[in-house]
Each structure stands twice: as structure tokens, then as C-alpha cells.
Ligand binder design. Structure first.
Ligand SMILES: [Fe+2]
Length: 288
């Protein structure tokens, strides 16, 4: 299976207006009106990258992964189905909400809802950030990355690498927690799984990452979120594996957002999987 990129994330929210304020004011994403009946947000030429579902609970609802065309999507659905996982076809309404031509969905071994799609809507309209951010590092690299927790890391990792075709970038063991980072394109990781037993949390999305071009712009946003009183979860720092220079803020739906720049890319012809000594070169201390 050849997944091209992380296409979109849907969040459940008890207060979509609060998430909208967070997405635009704290993160600088552009709110768009697509007639889908939900707030949604863009960061690049894709019509939307984040979708908010009004709900009685908070947290990640679904993650969409892009496949090239109908043949690739049908083959991917059959591969997953062949493992005994129940694969369901999207309803017409679900396709309208995602603004994609076709989609199937299923649960991964950790219980996260996975959506495979093709034919996402794009736009020629210039991206216009309410925070004046010139542009996000997205497009063919996908929207960013998502880090999920799982209580069964070996099984979950085997599913994503063996069935969905992700490649391991690197991993860490008890340093201080156990995690595996996975890529599907040159972005260092589009997905990672952390051992949920360490955190004593069930299968949830810990954070999603948005990347911009300029490290000074990350610093400018860092000043801004502190000035605005956006809850900081982790202070500014640089990660060991993808070299991301970033900080973490807390969204109103209980999922953190990593906001960074400077992520390195992976060339599969030369990359060697390694065991990381820990998550950070410096910084990323837990916030106030
Ligand atoms: Fe991250």
C-alpha cells in the first residue's frame, strides 16, 4: 500500500466556536466556508486540512490518509479487509464533509479511526492566514504529523508497517517512554505511536504538528501565544529525531498542537533507522 500523505484530521468538539478561535488566533490557520455545516481550516492549496465535528465529547475523531487514485484506494481497502479488519465505505454525507471523491474507513488495532481517501478538493485561492503566516510546510508532505497513544504498540506498529506500508523512521525505548515514529513520504514522521501504558492514558491523539518555513516566525508565534494566554503545554525546544524547533499549546479539545519549523526530511535510499536517546536535544520543558 502506498499512502501518499496525511490529508486531514477531524476533531470532536463540545465547543466548535472555541476551537475555531484557537485554530485561527493561536495557530494562524485560515477558516473556510465550504458549506459542509462544520468549521474547517486550510493551511495550503488543499480546501481543508482540519475539520471540526460538533459533539458531546472532545478529541480526535478521524485521520485521513491520501491514496493516488481509485485503483490504489480499492487495492488498499482490499488489503486491510483481508486481514480481517472490517472496512466500511463512506456515506455520501461523509464524502461531502471531507470534500473527497471516495473514502473507506476502519479502526486500527489501537481503536483510532483511520480513513483512506482519494480526490481531495484543492483551490487556487491564495492562502490567507489571520496571523500573517506566509505559508505552512504542507502540500505533498501532508498537513503535518499526528502522535497517538496505544496500549499495544507492537501490534499497532505491525499493522501500520505491514499492512498500511509506513516505514519506521526511528524509535525510543523507555527514554523515558517508548515510541515509534513512522513516515510515508519524505517528512520525517507523519505519524507516531507512544506507549499509552506509560502515560496511563487510553488510545488518544496526544498532539498534531503544524510546520512553517521560518524559525523566527515560530518565535513570533511563541511570543504571541504567551501574550494571548493560550495554554502552553511544552516550552520551546528542538526534537532529537526530526530536528523540529517547536513549542506545544493546548487546544480546547484536549489535543495538543506542536507548532514548529526546521523539520528534516528522510531519503529512504540512505536513511538508517536508529534508536533515539530521548525526544529532545534541548527544551520542550513542560509549561506553565
Ligand atoms: Fe510532534
Amino acid at each position: 500500500m502506498n499512502i501518499e500523505q496525511l490529508g486531514y484530521i477531524g476533531f470532536n468538539s463540545t465547543d466548535p466556536a472555541a476551537f475555531t478561535n484557537y485554530a485561527t488566533t493561536a495557530l494562524g490557520m485560515q477558516e473556510v466556508s465550504l458549506g459542509t455545516g462544520r468549521p474547517s481550516f486550510r493551511i495550503d492549496s488543499y480546501e481543508q486540512r482540519v475539520i471540526v465535528e460538533s459533539s458531546d465529547k472532545n478529541g480526535a475523531a478521524y485521520i485521513g490518509w491520501q491514496l493516488a487514485d481509485d485503483a490504489a484506494l480499492q487495492a488498499a481497502a482490499a488489503e486491510v479487509q483481508a486481514t480481517g479488519v472490517a472496512v466500511e465505505q463512506a456515506t455520501t454525507e461523509e464524502l461531502e464533509v471531507r470534500r473527497v471523491a471516495d473514502m473507506v474507513h476502519f479502526l486500527d488495532p489501537a481503536g483510532h479511526r483511520v480513513e483512506l481517501y482519494r480526490g481531495a478538493g484543492r483551490t487556487n485561492e491564495a492562502f490567507n492566514s489571520p496571523r500573517g503566516i506566509p505559508g505552512f510546510v504542507a502540500e505533498d508532505l501532508g498537513l503535518g504529523h499526528a502522535v497517538l497513544s496505544t496500549r499495544n504498540l507492537p501490534e499497532t506498529q505491525a499493522f501500520y508497517t505491514g499492512i498500511l506500508g509506513f516505514k519506521v523512521s526511528d524509535y525510543m525505548i523507555d527514554a523515558p517512554f517508548t515510541a515509534t515514529f513512522l513516515h510515508c513520504n519524505p517528512r520525517h514522521h507523519s505519524l507516531a505511536f507512544a506507549d499509552g501504558n506509560f502515560f496511563n492514558i487510553p488510545n488518544v491523539m496526544h498532539h498534531f504538528m503544524l510546520e512553517i518555513e521560518d524559525e523566527d516566525e515560530v518565535g513570533r508565534q511563541w511570543d504571541h501565544v504567551q501574550h494571548e494566554g493560550v495554554p502552553v503545554a511544552m516550552n520551546i525546544g528542538r526534537h532529537t529525531n526530526d530536528h523540529m524547533f517547536s513549542f506545544y499549546v493546548a487546544s480546547p479539545v484536549g489535543v495538543l498542537t506542536e507548532f514548529g519549523a526546521g523539520g528534516r526530511l528522510i531519503d529512504d535510499s540512505t536513511w538508517e533507522v536508529w534508536q533515539m536517546p530521548g525526544p529532545d536535544i534541548w527544551g520542550h520543558k513542560h509549561g506553565h
